[in-house]
Design a protein around this ligand. Sequence first.
Ligand code: ADP
Ligand code: MG
Length: 293
Amino acid sequence: MSVALSVPDYREQAPEVAARFTKLKERPVILDVQGLSKTFTAPGRPTTLALSDVSFQVHRRELMCVIGPSGCGKSTLARLVAGLEEPNGGRMLLDGKPIDGPGSDRGMVFQSYTLFPWLTVQKNVEFGLKAQAVEAAERARIAREFLALVKLGGFEDRYPYEISGGMKQRAAIARALAPDPDILLMDEPFGALDAQTRVLLQEELARIVAAAKRTVLFVTHSIEEAVFLADRIVVMSTHPGCVRSIHNVKLPRPRTAKTRSLADFITLTQELWDSLKPQSRDEEENAALRLHT
Ligand code: ADP
Ligand code: MG
């Protein structure tokens, strides 16, 4: 006897989720990545085609995740959008303007881009505002506001070495948000944290992004992290790094601890695991090689 499942398939969207996607797509495109390619060359080294013809769009207030196996070009993509590298082909438009070098219109939270150790938490958050010539009292006010948002009120005068890894990344989020960027770029921001802190910070980020009404490009190798956070997910494949597919994450918001036990969460996670499996013998051998290097 078959038992009827009461759990809807994730493709059958709840009306509020469908309404959210309709609204999202009506919002203007903030980041438009068009046919982006990037090749690394160095004398005596083999040429690496890190990205090949990568295209996608991120709408205002969308949280877009990018996932893919190690070496597929996720960090290269983040660095290109940040303006830290130049593409060999294609272009990127931020709010309609071509990206040409770094700018305060992008806030960065990278695993490797940490707080300035010689500045207090408060002064770290004020840093970008100072570069924008915001006057001192206003800088202090804005910094305190964002530190409260990331729940670091009371830690303003600590130095980075006096706070935990999780608190450092909260401060880094406050620092990135304070100058009011068009988009927040995050590359494995929670990669160095222990598993429990990582899960907590994912929940915090979902809350912060909703409260601050921000647009985010979030790069991660973790499928669960992407499904938990994203409105949509760009799946990349490797050698060369290109877009394999783009998925809608039709999970309700707010995302909370309960989200992870929803049938739709588990189904989409499994589907993405399957889609990321090496699809050819070459890919399998490359994946095995990477495991050993
Ligand atoms: P991911 O972040 O997805 O792990 P990366 O963007 O770091 O991947 O790297 C993509 C590819 O480009 C890899 O093959 C990597 O070795 C290569 N690569 C990245 N940065 C450089 C660089 N500065 N010089 C040469 N090769 C690079
Ligand atoms: Mg990377």
